[in-house]
Write a protein that binds this ligand. Structure first.
Ligand code: DGY
Length: 321
């Protein structure tokens, strides 16, 4: 027996994070990184005081109700927390935390990458090379769209949205945003606020999503809203797949209303809508916005800072309510 807090770690985490866990906690690790189903999660949680989980683990109210009496904390290794019923957990006096801030730069970098990938037909060009189909340089070959000089509409101007805005300015883009609340001018940093999402859409040659998935934002981008975008606009999503109605985005990519889409997230991951793979005007990545060594370590350390505080009787830095 040990007096270290007993924790379940639901996925394989970076070595440096697991080393700190092994030092400071009585940790039950997931050595082969299987994704546990609900029954397994509930079973493995039974003697635990804390859970360190990922966005792939689902904790709706009915799962929260089956967690053990002695459970004090659920720390998610993610900024997004739509996979946890936070009010249900709080009602059971379980503290829930996430990892904001530490992943802003990595996610913003990848946003610019898929924005450019979509605008400049990167998938198509790279595939042409790999398949040995490139025959010659041509003045009219592989024409894409400049992002420079275009307007970028940021839907959700939190830490990631603001990090994207900084990068977009470096690409000479004009930044517009919609957020539940207007930011103070020092955080706006010259970006133009739109009171309504519809006004943002009308102003966006490129629309990029950086909002959390909530009942209000789910399925935000419908056919009707796509119609408000300028013709040949580009849609970029590194936030959550369910912000977009897949069928409506696909129809607009096929009709030519939209020029391209850069996507890192999808409803029902990893089973993405098959049409996306068939469309050449998509640039697709497998949910890797935060996938760098530095950022994944920082996310793990942030989750542990939260747990350390809770077990030391202090308020955690990133509580969710
Ligand atoms: C996040 O932190 O929410 C990323 O999407 C990884 O899950």
């Amino acid at each position: 027996m040990t007096d270290k807090p007993r924790i379940l770690v639901t996925r394989k985490l970076p070595d440096a994070v697991e080393a700190r866990l092994a030092r400071d906690y009585d940790a039950k690790f997931n050595t082969d990184d299987t994704t546990y189903d609900t029954e397994k999660l509930v079973e493995l949680s039974q003697d635990r005081e804390a859970l360190l989980i990922c966005a792939t683990d689902k904790f709706p109210c009915e799962v929260i109700e089956r967690l053990p009496e002695g459970l004090k904390a659920i720390a998610t290794f993610s900024v997004g927390y739509e996979h946890i019923d936070v009010p249900a957990a709080n009602a059971r006096n379980i503290i829930v935390t996430n990892t904001p801030g530490v992943l802003n730069a990595a996610t913003a970098d990848l946003t610019m990458m898929i924005m450019l990938g979509a605008a400049r037909r990167a998938s198509e060009g790279e595939t042409m090379i790999r398949e040995g189909r490139w025959e010659a340089w041509s003045p009219t070959g592989m024409l894409g769209i400049d992002i420079s000089g275009k307007s970028l509409g940021i839907y959700g101007m939190g830490g990631i949205g603001r990090a994207v805005a900084v990068r977009a300015k470096g690409f000479d883009m004009e930044v517009h945003y919609h957020n539940r609340n207007r930011l103070p001018s020092e955080l706006e940093n010259g970006a133009e606020f739109h009171e309504t999402p519809e006004s943002l859409l009308r102003a966006s040659h490129v629309l990029s999503f950086h909002a959390p998935l909530t009942p209000e934002t789910r399925h935000f981008l419908t056919r009707e809203r796509i119609e408000l975008l300028p013709d040949r606009a580009i849609v970029v999503n590194t936030a959550r797949g369910d912000l977009i109605v897949d069928e409506d985005l696909i129809a607009a990519l096929k009709s030519g209303k939209l020029a391209a889409a850069g996507l890192d997230v999808y409803p029902g991951e990893p089973n993405i809508h098959p049409e996306y793979r068939r469309l050449w005007n998509t640039f697709l990545l497998p949910h890797m916005g935060t996938s760098t060594v530095e950022t994944r370590n920082a996310m793990g350390f942030c989750a542990l800072d939260n747990l350390d505080a809770i077990f030391a009787g202090r308020p955690p830095p990133n509580p969710l309510t």
